[in-house]
Write a protein that binds this ligand. Structure first.
Ligand code: ADP
Ligand code: MG
Length: 474
């Protein structure tokens, strides 16, 4: 990867993990230079920035850069003035910044710089096994993962203090690994000295077995027991390994009792892991047990939108809605589908249509089958959402901005006109507490239609009504 791209990605990563303030004060001006021998230079605008980021964030920087470039050997910190690229950035930064301040800060901080900061740590105990893309910023919270998401955030903010262990369970492809690694990614930035280990239970047990075989149990113990944050994935793997549970329990206890944070992911709750010693089960249940479920329709839309945004890709709304209908369980599959769409769109160089989508997923919706289908309230909301470019989430939210309220009122009106549902039902569909809100909304639309049938708003409403009615009658 080109060094400019790495620099940009790195800056995005820092800004989203450390916040804009730290980013603007220390990272905005830095430059990254990569060399063929595996060295990487971080060029800083002045000594103060250099000392500061080197002492506080060198682990974070090292971990991030080594995931981007596995051949990386060493990170070297320099100021612009020692290189040719200096001048422009230096001018921008205002070279006049007092040397006194620099020197003062410098001596105050130099003690805290360890001589080993340029050495990548042991792969095993460093956080390089974390995927830098699994962050809270790329995770879409929804009804399906509310508790697991909130608890993960809380653990990331106060490791070892709130929920210990945090036990996340749910079917495959629903975001468990993403959540637990997000915790790791926050902590590796906020507490760079933390020893973080993410591993699957299988890796953990293999390591344990081989240490026993080679009579290195002591080493194994000291290695695992020095961890500050243990992220243990797929714990269900332990179910039949009764002989190994004793050692596992000891490791778990040692960490737990010294206040280290443990996060566990599993495809089922502790109560359903077979052949698990009771004392381990009760330890798991002693913290917080949170599940992740399949995402609902709106969350699927939000996930698709997020993935497209990450790929910098625009896809027409109706295609997104359709995709969220077709793929309704596993988020990994949803992600794969977004990738397919995005590749197709790139290759044909024009916006993808529903027809393309049907072809891509081999959907044989005969027009006959489609026309006999009765329109549903969801289809009405979808139609309004895509016509007015207001998301379904917003329509159902408490937002009161003009366009969101307008879209919401149209939904109320159309659902009443077309489906004649009772007001209470319409209120619950649209997430309103009270049916009087619905009366009010419908009235607003009627006033628009009656007062000026030729206005743009009236025309939008009428054409929606017409097309959705047609759809029903055919
Ligand atoms: P699990 O560990 O539960 O099997 P993963 O965490 O590996 O699932 O998630 C599968 C894929 O789906 C990952 O690429 C992940 O980024 C994505 N994913 C899962 N949940 C979400 C979410 N709520 N928001 C965004 N992406 C998600
Ligand atoms: Mg997983």
């Amino acid at each position: 990867m080109n060094e400019k791209i790495i620099e940009n990605l790195f800056k995005q990563y820092i800004e989203s993990n450390l916040g804009s303030q730290t980013f603007n004060s220390y990272f905005k001006e830095i430059r990254i230079k990569m060399f063929e021998n595996g060295n990487v230079k971080i060029l800083c605008p002045n000594n103060f920035v250099l000392i500061y980021i080197k002492s506080k964030f060198s682990d974070t920087i090292l971990n991030y850069l080594s995931t981007q470039n596995p051949n990386m050997k060493k990170v070297i910190y320099e100021t612009f003035s020692t290189t040719n690229t200096a001048t422009s950035a230096r001018k921008r930064q205002g070279h006049s910044k007092s040397h006194l301040t620099d020197n003062h800060q410098l001596s105050a901080m130099s003690n805290s710089i360890s001589s080993s900061i340029n050495q990548p740590g042991s792969l095993f105990l460093s956080s390089t096994t974390l995927n830098p893309n699994y962050t809270f910023e790329t995770f879409v919270p929804g009804n399906n993962n509310l508790l697991a998401h909130a608890a993960s955030r809380a653990v990331a903010d106060s490791p070892g203090k709130v929920y210990n262990p945090l036990f996340i369970y749910g079917d495959v492809g629903l975001g468990k690994t993403h959540l637990m690694q997000s915790i790791g990614n926050v902590i590796r930035v906020s507490s760079p000295h933390f020893k973080i280990l993410y591993c699957t239970t299988e890796q953990f047990l293999n390591d344990m077995v081989s240490s026993i075989k080679s009579q290195k149990s002591l080493e194994f113990r000291s290695k695992y027991r020095s961890i500050d944050l243990l992220l243990l994935d797929d714990i269900q793997f332990i179910s039949n390994k009764v002989a190994l549970q004793e050692e596992f329990f000891n490791t778990f206890n040692a960490l737990y009792q010294s206040g280290r944070q443990i996060v566990i992911a599993s495809d089922r709750p502790p109560s359903e892991i077979q052949h698990l010693e009771d004392r381990i089960r009760s330890r798991f249940e002693g913290g917080l047990v949170a599940d992740v479920q399949k995402p609902d329709y709106e969350t699927r839309i939000a996930i698709i939108e997020k993935k497209l945004q990450q790929r910098n890709e625009y896809v027409p709304r109706e295609v997104i809605y359709k995709l969220a209908e077709i793929i309704n369980s596993n988020i990994r599959e949803l992600e794969g589908a977004v990738l397919k769409l995005s590749l197709l769109q790139k290759s044909q160089n024009k916006p993808i249509t529903i027809l393309d989508l049907n072809k891509l997923f081999n959907l044989k919706l005969s027009s006959k089958a489609k026309s006999t289908k009765k329109v549903s309230y969801l289809e009405i909301i979808k139609a309004v959402s895509s016509e007015l470019e207001v998301s379904i989430r917003d329509i159902k939210s408490t937002k009161r901005s003009k366009d969101v309220s307008f879209a919401r009122h149209i939904c109320m009106y159309l659902i009443k006109e077309i489906l004649n549902l009772n007001l209470q039902k319409i209120a619950s569909i649209l997430g309103r507490k009270d049916h009087t809100t619905i009366i009010h909304g419908i009235k607003k639309i009627k006033v628009i239609l009656e007062s000026d049938p030729n206005s743009e708003s009236s025309q939008i409403i009428s054409s929606l009504l017409e097309s959705l009615r047609d759809y029903q009658i055919k």
